[in-house]
Design a binder for this molecule. Structure first.
Ligand SMILES: [Zn+2]
Length: 304
């Protein structure tokens, strides 16, 4: 019996410690841990290589090795579930889609993607570029191909690669997001989910030729446990969404019933870390080389 009581109290302790939230969620009746207190229950959040950060572009070091990425199966359509997980909107990627190149030491496979946003299309990205906060930020979370689950990848200092994309308000709606926007309207209730039919990762992000300019640094997950095992890539080219499309995300609800807005972590100190920038000029040359090598490869494979 005493064991049971001990277990029960341990359980309540662990649920209490996972009760983290964003400032927009905090209320007198719901006293959750806001970002400045995350490190109390998750020591990782107090580390020295945390995310997100502000990127100061004139201080970013050009690294010629930051070449173009190779994406596999990003064009493949898949069926999945989109859920309101209480902190964000998340979609699991259930087919093998990988990213390689761009100084990623090995291939990384996509696990899930989710978003961070502001209120009604106002500032809401996690990372900022020269102090500019965009209305929303997409995180496509990948792990090294050798791992089967994220928890194993998080034990490797380079186990996770997140591709981050910024959104910008456009005059016209982005039709490629119709599926997602419609689905989001069905999951305004916390912990609800709905099916998401035929989407591809490609339809979410800018065209390949616009993915050659990006920033790279070593950081962490931006939610508890804030594990410092993330190779971050932030793309310069933005994704357009209309104001109406951006506003749909503010209709979602946190578990306490408050509107799910401002679900971004405050900026974290660099603590001497370097931010690297791909060199677009060199990238153009290497893109041409890549095209040449692709055509050679295609020629070879056709002969087989
Ligand atoms: Zn995120």
């Amino acid at each position: 019996m005493q064991h049971l009581i001990l277990l029960a109290s341990l359980f309540s302790l662990s649920t209490a410690s996972s009760d983290w939230c964003y400032p927009s969620q905090f209320s007198c009746t719901h006293q959750c841990k806001t970002p400045e207190s995350w490190s109390q229950a998750n020591s990782g959040c107090g580390g020295r290589a945390q995310s997100p950060i502000n990127v100061v572009t004139r201080k970013a070091l050009v690294d010629e090795r930051l070449g173009p990425f190779t994406f596999h199966n990003y064009q493949q359509t898949f069926h999945s579930t989109i859920k309101n997980n209480g902190h964000s909107v998340q979609v699991s990627v259930n087919h093998l889609a990988t990213v390689q190149g761009g100084e990623l030491v090995t291939g990384y496979k996509a696990v899930q993607f989710h978003l961070h946003w502001g209120k009604d299309g106002g500032p809401g990205s996690e990372h900022t570029i020269d102090g500019e906060q965009y209305p929303m930020e997409l995180h496509i979370v990948h792990m090294k191909k050798e791992y089967t689950d994220l928890s194993a990848a998080l034990k490797d200092p380079n186990g996770v690669a997140v591709l981050g994309f910024f959104y910008e308000e456009s005059r016209s709606a982005n039709k490629k997001y119709d599926n997602i926007i419609n689905a989001v309207q069905k999951i305004t209730a916390p912990n609800s989910n709905t099916s998401l039919a035929s989407i591809s990762l490609d339809q979410l992000i800018p065209a390949r030729q616009n993915l050659t300019t990006y920033y790279r640094y070593k950081g962490s997950l931006t939610t508890p446990g804030c594990t410092e095992s993330v190779v971050w890539t932030l793309f310069e080219h933005t994704i357009p969404l209309s104001k109406e499309q951006l506003q749909v995300f503010s209709k979602l609800r946190f578990p306490n019933g408050e509107p799910m807005v401002g679900n971004f972590r405050p900026l974290q100190p660099l603590n001497g870390r370097m931010v690297y920038r791909s060199d677009a000029g060199a990238l153009l040359a290497s893109a041409l080389l890549l095209m040449a090598s692709v055509s050679v490869t295609l020629g070879l494979s056709q002969r087989r």
